[in-house]
Design a protein around this ligand. Structure first.
Ligand code: BDR
Ligand code: CA
Length: 308
């Protein structure tokens, strides 16, 4: 079993990623850390506790993290996609467990140091917690097994701006800091996540299954899918955060290319863009394994088998 820490801004696709990870026989979810992004960190923490309890992961500790970017102002939450409460306005029972008293950054550092080369960190929200963890304890760069990031768009358009993806946009300086830190990093960007779609037919299957969890997920994802349709994606919604979990479960779901990637922090029209050097003779050595292709059928099949 691979030990993972998942860093979330729960969010509808974060909720799917958590459920998929909790049910996967290949992963041990050691802890979940929370950050701002789709919603505030307080809402992310509450949603995470609620989702974990819903899917049978109620014993997993949840550590609250960053409330705002490293240096910028907090941006507006992503209401269009995730609803006012982050879960498509679906109301879940109040959590019975409380968040941990230890902060996300402190937890990440101590967990990685306690189990050298064993922990994979999966970030599916703003990268602020991880950046702060590296700043506090640079030695984790060589002690973590790997970092798998849902974020960025290398050869495709962005989703928050014409060129930038939402998780990188949430805190570009944090992302830039992590990318240049030397930490082993796999980038699961829109290049591949927009090819792994959840469709209306899948939601029909969940409704027909008629369990508490399948009904909740069908309702939430309907909101997500309707938002995707409004911005022109009529075939379904992207399984962004679940694919980052999938890549840890089975790296052969994707093909990766080692690349030098930097994050634009210029504040100009290209702000928060992930710029990958795709030339035959790049100027700098690679710092990121970029996912460039995905076996979407095999991944979606695996995801559907375990998510509920
Ligand atoms: C990413 O942004 C968030 O809205 C989603 O939860 C996902 O992590 C997709 O760009
Ligand atoms: Ca997310």
């Amino acid at each position: 079993m691979k030990k993972v820490i998942i860093d979330v801004d729960t969010g509808i696709d974060d909720a799917m990623a958590l459920s998929y990870a909790v049910h996967s026989p290949d992963l041990e979810v050691c802890g979940v850390t929370t950050t701002f992004g789709n919603i505030s960190v307080e809402e992310a923490t509450r949603n995470t506790l609620q989702v974990l309890e819903l899917v049978g992961g109620g014993g997993i500790p949840v550590y609250p993290g960053a409330a705002k970017p490293l240096i910028r102002e907090l941006k507006e939450k992503a209401k269009l996609f995730h609803g006012e409460n982050g879960l498509g306005n679906v109301e879940l029972p109040l959590p019975t467990a409380a968040p941990q008293a230890v902060n996300a950054v402190e937890y990440m550092v101590s967990a990685i140091k306690a189990a050298p080369h064993e922990i994979t960190v999966i970030t599916v929200g703003s990268m602020t917690n991880l950046a702060q963890a590296i700043m506090a304890a640079p030695e984790i760069v060589s002690l973590v097994e790997r970092v798998v990031v849902m974020g960025g768009a290398i050869a495709v358009p962005g989703n928050r701006t014409p060129v930038a993806e939402a998780n990188i946009c949430a805190d570009p300086e944090a992302a830039a800091y992590v990318f240049q830190s030397g930490i082993p990093l796999t980038l699961v960007g829109l290049d591949v996540t927009m090819q792994t779609l959840l469709t209306r037919e899948h939601l029909q299957e969940w409704r027909a299954k008629d369990t508490m969890t399948s009904r909740v997920f069908a309702k939430m994802c309907q909101v997500y899918m309707d938002a995707y349709a409004k911005v022109g994606n009529v075939r379904g919604c992207g399984l962004h955060d679940p694919l980052a979990v999938g890549v840890v479960i089975d790296p052969t779901f994707v093909r990766t290319v080692p690349m030098h990637v930097v994050v634009d922090t210029s504040g100009s029209a290209s702000d928060a863009r992930t710029i990958g050097d795709r030339r035959k003779t790049p100027a700098c050595p690679p710092n990121v394994d970029v996912c460039v292709e995905v076996d979407h059928e095999r991944f979606v099949r695996h995801f559907l088998e375990y998510v509920l």
